[in-house]
Design a protein around this ligand. Structure first.
Ligand SMILES: Cc1ncc(COP(=O)(O)O)c(C=O)c1O
Length: 379
């Protein structure tokens, strides 16, 4: 059991923030670490080689731990779009082959594939949402001999419909396709193990379920792609970059493993300590424990929203940390601002009212949502 932790965040009591899938709040300790990082930049004479290397390496290791990888498999990147661009630049795909994705998948995991497919004369195959919620079966059926790449999330960003990634990996192995994952909407809250799924590339930004800052993220790279081509050629990604005096002894070799894919200026003095503190907090709570706690919270909420005519994807087809509420009669266009006016913060994604709680949420937040729905006119 994780003890109540609302007080570890700066969320006023009259705010029901149910929107982690949009943007998490920072834990207070992470904000303090960031303030110290900003202060350090104001006194650069205090910067040490730790500021460039040690903090980054500790943070890389924490992310590796979360995904059951090793630090050598992890690159530091700014956004999902960057990670998928690295994957698209390095994975082979040829004329007549296809790239399998979900319908209405998040654009940062669509545009790089559309571009790459156009460049080589391949096709992007969008697997439609199935009426029976079993998107895994639909994806498995669409992976064919001509499939070069399958690029997926663990849960769909609109309503949390889950994909069984182990089953997908098994199928991609059968046809010799690569597997790329965007875990923006699951890593940190839903258990994931690279040793079981064995993706070729996997990306996650820190600003949602990793409770970290905007503009930071990670890319897992399977060792078979460690020798690939980075998007940029940063000095710090080259071997020996720790020796500032020797930087113009230009080197062909890179830092070991996936570090060659690190973004330029990855040693962000303000943001890296925020990421480090947030990841340590998640590891201290434990991802299986977080997932179980959010599942309990969401189950209780589903029961309470049923009388309003809301329906959700059944839990066996959904990430338990995620809710996308649909009403057969539809939703008012201004529902999100109406709820916000009552101190309830959620998102609308397509036909869904997306409700994503985290450990900082309390029963009082759920009560506030229910009270707000009661006083809102629904069709
Ligand atoms: C599934 C998914 N991927 C990626 C992102 C963010 O992408 P980027 O980091 O490229 O801005 C989001 C943001 O909502 C998302 O829901």
């Amino acid at each position: 059991m994780i003890p109540p932790c609302r007080e570890q965040f700066d969320i006023p009591n009259d705010v029901a923030y149910l929107n982690c899938a949009y943007m998490s709040p920072l834990p207070r300790a992470a904000r303090v670490a960031g303030e110290e990082g900003i202060r350090l930049k104001s006194s650069p004479w205090e910067l040490t080689s730790d500021s460039f290397f040690a903090t980054t390496e500790r943070t890389r290791s924490l992310f590796a731990q979360l995904a059951h990888a090793t630090a050598d498999d992890i690159a530091i990147i700014p956004a999902v779009s960057y990670g998928t661009a690295v994957a698209a630049a390095n994975l082979p795909v040829a004329r007549g082959q296809n790239i399998v994705v979900l319908a209405e998948q998040f654009p940062s995991n669509i545009y790089p594939w559309v571009d790459r497919a156009r460049d080589v004369g391949a096709e992007v195959d969008y697997v439609p949402r199935p009426a029976d919620h079993d998107w895994t079966a639909a994806v498995l059926e669409r992976i064919r001999a001509k499939t070069a790449i399958v690029s997926l999330p663990a849960v769909h960003w609109a309503d949390g419909t889950a994909i069984d990634l182990v089953a997908v990996r098994r199928r991609t192995d059968e046809v010799g396709a690569a597997l790329v994952l965007d875990l923006a909407q699951s890593l940190g809250a839903m258990p994931f193990d690279v040793r079981e799924v064995r993706p070729d590339f996997m990306v996650a930004p820190t600003y949602k379920w990793l409770l970290g800052p905007y503009s930071m993220g990670f890319l897992y790279v399977d060792p078979k792609w460690h020798g690939g081509r980075p998007l940029e050629q940063s000095w710090i990604a080259r071997a020996g970059s720790e020796d500032f005096a020797g930087l113009v002894e230009y080197r062909d070799e890179y830092q070991p493993g996936a570090r060659r894919y690190d973004m330029g200026e990855r040693s962000n003095f303000a943001l890296m300590p925020v990421v480090e503190t947030a990841l340590q907090q998640i590891l201290d709570w434990g991802i299986p424990e977080i997932y179980a706690a959010l599942g309990d919270r969401n189950r209780a909420l589903v029961e309470r929203t049923e009388p309003f005519g809301f329906e959700v994807v059944p839990e066996r087809f959904r990430g338990a940390h995620y809710l996308g509420l649909r009403r057969p009669a539809g939703l008012p266009d201004d529902l999100v601002p109406q709820l916000a006016a009552k101190g309830v913060y959620v998102s609308r994604r397509g036909a869904c009212l997306r409700i994503t709680q985290h450990l900082y949420n309390t029963d009082a937040d759920a009560d506030r949502l229910l009270d707000a729905l009661r006083t809102t006119s629904l069709p």
